[in-house]
Write a protein that binds this ligand. Structure first.
Ligand code: ADP
Ligand code: MG
Length: 235
């Protein structure tokens, strides 16, 4: 609790008797594979950021989670590594098992790049990225080759669903990154249509820099009994 106070982290559990797992303060205390740990060191990271320290142990329990934190706190690796850890336990398939929705091409590309820092490590995770303003052909070809993790902007992904070029039936983990920006950009109808194609039995992780009413409503619609982790002052 002192650690949480020092980092201005507050936890809201789904029930009043919720006990939050302790933060993971060092890479060697994670359950991640040795390969992943080596990749973290190779990326130049020496320790988990406070967001990662607190979100990893929660996400690893497969619970739904809301994280409200400012940008630059290392949220990407915060959601990618627990997700990679989970799918490493199942059988590799053809359809994606992780879906990350992000508002812009720039952000989606950054998430893909962060994922690729770990793509040579076991578990081997095939990641690709789809966004508007670029030809669909190459994106469809990547998907058809078989992928594990799909990073997508909502507009392009709903087009590909309508064209029946992607199946979300195997999704086990849904990540809504920068959810507040996606709503500001008017993507709510596309997000709702996309989520209708994802099994109810899944883990959902929602990230946002702010916590306005519209995001709270979205979280209520898509997350089940979430744990909420707030970092710093919430608007
Ligand atoms: P956010 O999504 O919270 O804005 P990012 O995931 O984009 O933050 O991370 C911000 C920067 O911090 C990126 O350049 C990323 O590579 C770097 N980063 C992530 N985790 C760590 C870490 N544990 N140690 C050092 N740098 C990190
Ligand atoms: Mg981010």
């Amino acid at each position: 609790d002192t650690w949480r106070e020092e980092h201005a982290i507050t936890i809201h559990g789904p029930t009043s008797d919720y006990i939050c797992p302790d933060p993971i303060l060092s890479f060697k205390d994670t359950p991640f594979s040795t390969d992943i740990q080596t990749s973290l060191t190779k990326a130049g990271y020496t320790a988990p950021t406070p967001t990662q320290a607190q979100s990893w142990p929660i996400a690893l329990t497969k619970q739904d989670m809301i994280s409200v934190a400012k940008t630059g706190s290392g949220k990407t690796v915060g959601f990618l590594l627990p997700s990679f850890h989970h799918i490493s336990k199942g059988k590799a398939g053809h359809h994606p098992r992780i879906l990350v929705l992000a508002p812009t091409r720039e952000l989606a590309t950054q998430i893909e790049a962060e994922a690729k820092k770990f793509s040579r490590a076991k578990p081997y995770v095939r990641t690709t990225c789809v966004f508007g303003g670029a030809p669909k052909y190459n994106q469809i070809r990547q998907i058809e080759q078989g992928i594990d993790c799909l990073v997508a902007c909502p507009g392009r992904l709903s087009d590909l669903i309508t064209m029946k070029k992607v199946s979300l039936e195997a999704i086990e983990i849904l990540v809504l990154d920068e959810a507040d920006r996606m709503l500001d950009m008017g993507f709510e109808p596309q997000i709702r249509a996309i989520v209708e194609n994802i099994p109810d039995q899944r883990q959902t992780l929602l990230f946002s820099a702010t916590w306005p009413k519209a995001i709270q409503k979205l979280a209520r619609a898509f997350l089940k009994n979430p744990v909420q982790v707030n970092m710093g002052n919430i608007d």
